[in-house]
Design a protein around this ligand. Structure first.
Ligand code: F0G
Length: 477
């Protein structure tokens, strides 16, 4: 694992083909990619990384990317993100940072298909927890980190429910190019994730508040101290996250599935996936656009409320964001805080809301929310099929099941659920679900409305005696 400085692959793409562009159609201001921005200085809207595709040697078909597999000795082509460099060509090769991210799996999961109500062979799980820091974040972090390196940043910061901080801390520790500063909420981060940031040496700042508070503070503080911000409000992060869709298409031999189902927290993935499909279509590399389903947890359901109850839409780039502002005022007045066992998506003010609306518009999307009970049951099913995932990730499977019950997803549709984080990230919720100790169950899950563990695999308690152990194994196996 290393920072790249050698073995340049000859390509006509250089970072001169890229710029930053305000997504507000009434503004559309552009900025050089040398600038460090997290919003448009003119109108404060979100920024995209945009490309002059005429100057990029984009392959004529996605199949051409298969030839890159032969170049796996080159770290750029080994990376599951940078082997698609031509589709995110903002960085010159000598500045690209990689730790070998993106070696992830798309697996057909028939047992989960049965649970969801889809015909065997039609449901796939995309395991992004296989990334080096254990979540999808590495896809985006290598891109934001590369940009930070391009502009000479010495410190990088993020607010995090855990995975972003683990990923940032890892890139800092492996490359030694920057120092990580992470902002976390109080009691809102699982030990699995916190342990990574601490061990990788990140400066960890614990805010007396939740993720939404930490996000607001990190924006202010990083501006004041000139620290590079790597949350997904950073447009370069999302460029890296587009690669999840490139790999899904690659694993399906470049055929679009019918559905992509993804958990929604800060809405970075859904936004990135939408941008990936917009660009692939524009470049003539795909014909068919998959539909997108974004799944909130019931205790953090901003997108679901705004999309389904208040009818907030992309509206050709003129989304009524005042509807979101009013809603946030209501949350503040009612002192409503996000609350779900899926701690990674315990977010009430998603920073990428507007970009997600664009993705939903382009991909004929739908939004749903699922309860913590549904999330944990779905998670147990994913785990029972092997590899597993963390609670937030299972929202995608629970959402697919709900959409199937509602007849939105058809029995024969080809569905890809994105599993965003590794099973070992949040063992507390998993062990509580499978425990025989009712007090433990109630302590961790009861307050969240989880009343049963329908798919629990309980440990069998036996005396310290060979005969008793043999009997128990014969009885239960
Ligand atoms: N799944 C997992 C495992 C996550 O860690 C996150 C976000 C999400 C889903 C939601 O991401 O909606 O932006 O694409 N985690 C952030 C963090 C907030 O700090 O690690 P989305």
């Amino acid at each position: 694992m290393s920072t790249l400085s050698a073995t340049a692959v000859p390509m006509s793409t250089t970072y001169e083909v890229a710029h930053q562009k305000c997504i507000n159609v009434d503004c559309g201001a552009t900025y050089s990619i040398d600038e460090v921005l997290t919003s448009c200085p003119k109108c404060h809207d979100l920024l995209d990384v945009a490309y002059d595709w005429n100057k990029v040697s984009v392959p004529k078909s996605l199949r051409e990317f298969e030839s890159k597999w032969l170049e796996r000795h080159n770290p750029i082509r080994f990376s599951g993100v940078w082997r698609f460099h031509e589709l995110l060509p903002f960085a010159p090769h000598h500045k690209i940072v990689t730790v070998g991210e993106g070696q992830t799996l798309l697996q057909q999961a028939d047992s989960v298909a049965k649970y969801v109500g889809i015909r065997p062979g039609k449901l796939y799980l995309q395991y992004e927890g296989m990334n080096p820091s254990g979540s999808f974040k590495d896809n985006g972090m290598c891109a934001a980190f590369t940009h930070a390196h391009m502009v000479g940043a010495k410190r990088a910061a993020c607010a995090s429910t855990g995975n972003t901080s683990a990923s940032l801390a890892m890139y800092c520790a492996v490359t030694q190019l920057m120092k990580a500063v992470i902002f976390i909420g109080t009691g809102k981060i699982s030990y699995g994730k916190l342990s990574q940031a601490l061990e990788y040496g990140a400066l960890t700042v614990q805010i007396a508040g939740d993720f939404d508070d930490a996000m607001a503070r990190v924006k202010e503080v990083s501006k004041e101290l000139g620290i590079y911000l790597v949350n997904s409000i950073n447009p370069f992060r999302l460029e890296g996250q587009k690669s999840v869709m490139f790999r899904v298409l690659e694993a399906l031999r470049w055929e679009s599935p019918d559905w992509i189902v993804v958990p929604g927290g800060n809405l970075g993935n859904s936004s990135a996936f939408g941008k990936a499909f917009i660009e692939l279509k524009e470049l003539g590399l795909i014909d068919r656009i998959p539909r997108l389903a974004v799944i909130n947890a019931g205790g953090a359901d901003t997108l679901d409320v705004l999309y389904n109850q208040r009818n907030l839409r992309w509206n050709r780039g003129r989304a009524r964001m005042d509807i979101a502002c009013w809603y946030y005022d209501e949350l503040d007045k009612g002192k409503v805080k996000a609350d779900t066992i899926a701690s990674a998506i315990e977010i009430n003010r998603p920073v990428n809301l507007k970009k997600c609306l664009r993705a939903l518009d382009f991909c004929d999307g739908v939004v749903r929310q699922v309860s913590d009970q549904e999330i944990l049951d779905a998670k147990a099913q994913v785990g029972a099929g092997g590899i597993g995932c963390e609670p937030a990730s299972a929202a995608s499977v629970a959402g697919a099941k709900l959409l199937r019950q509602q007849g939105v997803i058809g029995m024969d549709d080809r569905v890809v659920c994105i599993l965003t984080g590794h099973q070992l990230k949040d063992p507390t919720a998993t062990v509580a679900y499978h425990t025989t100790d009712q007090d433990k169950f109630n302590e961790v899950l009861g307050s969240r409305g989880v009343t049963r563990a329908s798919f629990a695999n309980r440990a069998v308690a036996v005396p310290n005696d060979v005969d008793a152990i043999v009997k128990a194994i014969q009885l239960y196996s």
